[in-house]
Write a protein that binds this ligand. Structure first.
Ligand code: GUN
Length: 306
């Protein structure tokens, strides 16, 4: 049977390290969490993020706007949070209600407070291998992969899904670690033929049971970013967990849903928020002391370039 990647356990370790740093240095770190509308799933995610903040010693401030809020009102709130020195990070929970332009709202977030890593400039910096905030879900996936001990360099990495939040930054992060990266999407002609080549397979599509045992190879690392409701009403990912686990075997690794990527996304949000705090306090403007923004990242990355 495959090795299970326990996202809850790894996230707990990371949050404990963050809590230790914050307590030791007596830091007053804060995150603004903005929720627009009343999407029940978003409400749950926001509650989880607030609980994580508590565990880390980060103060969270919640801002709820009604579903009828206009884009201008959302942007006005974001600008007020940008200008508030007590706020280190600004997160606007997605999806937004109809009529609100995601790009316009994300672009309104200050570059110094972009803890979601969704601004175009932030993604651009990721693309060129410069130091930046890394969006939380792909950053969490990278931590999970690294925890297996499997080297990314030179491996066949297949990302299924090309969203701005996960698929695209995921591909960039794997490429920055010298993976050979293929991105698949709804127009990919023979998905199984591509995924079978993967040493590292990340599925971020949102289709239950999309990845079946015949689509993976023995020994693969399989990361399931999907969060779906199965026919039985239970939470499930994109991957047929039992059959795929059996196929990848003793040398393979797989994330469960729930308890895999989800808690790691939130741990990376905590890490980015602490990094934002340090960046805002540092006179040099260089980010310090974060897992997401390692001090030596620049040198490491340039030696990986091809
Ligand atoms: N909705 C689903 N994932 C995310 C995320 O990582 N950040 C935000 N802001 N919204 C989300």
């Amino acid at each position: 049977m495959a090795n299970i990647l326990d996202g809850n356990a790894l996230a707990k370790q990371i949050k404990e390290q963050i809590a230790e740093q914050i307590a030791r240095d007596k830091l007053e770190v804060s995150l603004a969490v903005v929720l627009v509308g009343d999407d029940p799933a978003s409400r749950i995610y926001v509650n989880h993020k607030k609980r994580d903040c508590e565990q880390c010693g980060i103060t969270s401030h919640e801002y709820i706007l009604p579903a009828e809020a206009t884009q201008a009102q959302v942007i006005e709130l974001v600008q007020a949070l940008n200008g508030d020195d007590e706020v280190n990070g600004v997160l606007i929970q997605q999806p937004f209600p109809m009529g609100i332009d995601v790009v316009a709202v994300n672009e309104a977030v200050s570059a110094f407070k972009d803890v979601d890593g969704f601004r175009a400039e932030t993604v651009g910096r990721l693309a060129i291998g410069a130091e930046t905030f890394k969006s939380c879900t792909p950053a969490g996936v990278m931590e999970l992969i690294k925890s297996t001990g499997v080297q990314i360099s030179g491996k066949e990495c297949v990302v299924v899904g090309r969203s701005n939040i996960v698929g695209k930054p995921m591909a960039l992060m794997l490429l920055n670690e010298s993976g050979t990266v293929t991105v698949c999407h709804s127009r990919t002609r023979d998905l199984a033929e591509v995924t079978r080549r993967a040493d590292i397979l990340v599925s971020a599509v949102g289709v239950a049971n999309l990845i079946t045992a015949d689509m993976v190879k023995e020994g693969a690392v399989v990361i399931d970013v999907g969060m779906n409701r199965g026919g039985d009403g239970k939470l499930c990912g994109d991957v047929e967990f039992a059959a795929v686990s059996a196929k990848i075997g003793d040398s393979g690794w797989i994330t469960p849903v729930p308890g895999g990527v989800g808690p790691m996304t939130r741990a990376m949000l905590m890490s980015n928020t602490l990094a934002a705090f340090r960046m805002q306090r540092s006179s040099s403007g260089v980010c310090q002391g974060s897992r997401a923004l390692p001090d030596d990242a620049e040198g490491e990355r340039s030696s990986h370039r091809v």
